[in-house]
Design a protein around this ligand. Structure first.
Ligand code: TRP
Length: 350
């Protein structure tokens, strides 16, 4: 872990960039972020990152979103359903407002030149640096698999994702700021050994609140506590109905002692733009039934237009494929150009 000082500096840097972007000084910023196509995106993704991506897109930041298909096999041994997951991810993106005329949407596996950056980049990190990465360890433990070479080196692969398109801002959660350090380190080391090709990379903190799963734990498909963007209104109602609350009838907001009730209130609060405490007061003696009805309506009202758009894309798979093909085509153009610069810097021109 980097020391407090560098963490503070990263926070300050993020604030400066946010101020620049909000003031419309977006020209010098290229964002890259992405998702692993292991299932449908849910409300945690939506409020945690998709809203921010769309905001940056609309403010004129160059926005790039990678569907990280090679990352699927960092800790599992199957690519089952990958095509379906990738197409559905594109549908989720489009429905939520990512605009393919502004945002480049593409997959790892379609961009060989970006993956080739892995070779020089691997020479810039030591085994010890890879071994002490806290996320890699946590992910290995969570997966129950042994540490694969790909999982060990995936932070380097993420550096390829970010740097092939000269990304210089990466949206992250507060606790993840240190992870961007791997990419900046690689960029700095490459530049100083071989000549300047890559930009300075900064983490961009998002101000969006963390939305818990329906049981108060982190929202995750594997916990069964996640409302997917693609669910129908009925499926949403059913999931909320069977969520665990507690035996106390009077509704209050207290995430520590009442995780279930409070998660429902937070969800309703985010979807309606209201303070969860105020919603709790209003419901009061109405109990969990009234609360669940309120949350269901809040979620379904908010996501109705998004889900309607999603249905249109579900019925137009040709368009969805076109979006991805065009994104992949552009990504290849950019990656080939960057790889040429890398060969040039390294003197590998024959
Ligand atoms: N690791 C991210 C996830 O698990 C996806 C991802 C791949 C990514 N490459 C990236 C995020 C580069 C930020 C930057 O969802």
């Amino acid at each position: 872990m980097p020391n407090e000082g560098s963490y503070e500096a990263a926070l300050r840097r993020s604030d400066e960039i946010q101020a620049d972007i909000s003031a419309g000084r977006t020209g010098k910023y290229t964002m890259l972020t992405g998702d692993r196509p292991t299932g449908r995106l849910h409300l945690g993704h939506y409020f945690g990152t998709l809203v921010e991506r769309v905001r940056l897109q609309e403010l004129g930041v160059k926005t790039n979103v990678i569907i990280a298909d090679y990352q699927v096999i960092t800790d599992r041994d199957t690519t089952e359903h990958i095509q379906d997951n990738v197409y559905n991810m594109v549908m989720d993106y489009l429905a939520c407002g990512l605009d393919p005329s502004k945002t480049m949407i593409f997959t790892h596996s379609a961009v060989p030149a970006a993956n080739q950056l892995m070779l020089p980049f691997l020479s810039l990190v030591s085994e010890a640096e890879l071994q002490r990465n806290p996320t890699v360890k946590a992910e290995m433990e969570a997966s129950g698999h042994s540490l694969t070479g790909l999982l060990l080196t995936y932070p380097v692969h993420q550096a390829c994702d970010i740097l092939f398109c000269k990304g210089n801002v990466v949206p992250v959660g507060r606790d993840q700021l240190p992870h961007i350090e791997v990419t900046s380190k690689i960029a700095r080391r490459f530049n100083s050994r071989f000549g300047k090709v890559f930009p300075e990379v900064s983490g961009l903190l998002t101000s969006t609140p963390l939305i818990p799963g329906l049981d108060g734990r982190k929202m995750s498909k594997s916990y069964g506590n996640a409302i997917s963007i693609s669910m129908t209104a009925e499926e949403t109602a059913k999931l909320i109905k069977k969520s665990q609350t507690d035996s106390e009838r009077f509704i209050t907001y207290d995430p520590d002692t009442r995780p279930g009730v409070s998660a429902l209130l937070t969800t309703a609060g985010i979807c309606t733009g209201r303070d969860p405490r105020e919603i709790a007061e209003e419901i009061g003696n109405g109990g969990a039934g009234t609360l669940k009805k309120y949350v269901t309506e809040a979620v379904n009202d908010y996501f109705e237009p998004i889900r309607e758009r999603r249905h249109a894309y579900e019925n137009d798979l040709d368009y969805v494929r076109d979006v991805l093909h065009e994104g992949n085509r552009r990504a290849n153009e950019i990656a080939n150009q960057t790889l040429d610069e890398v060969r040039e810097a390294m003197g590998m021109v024959y």
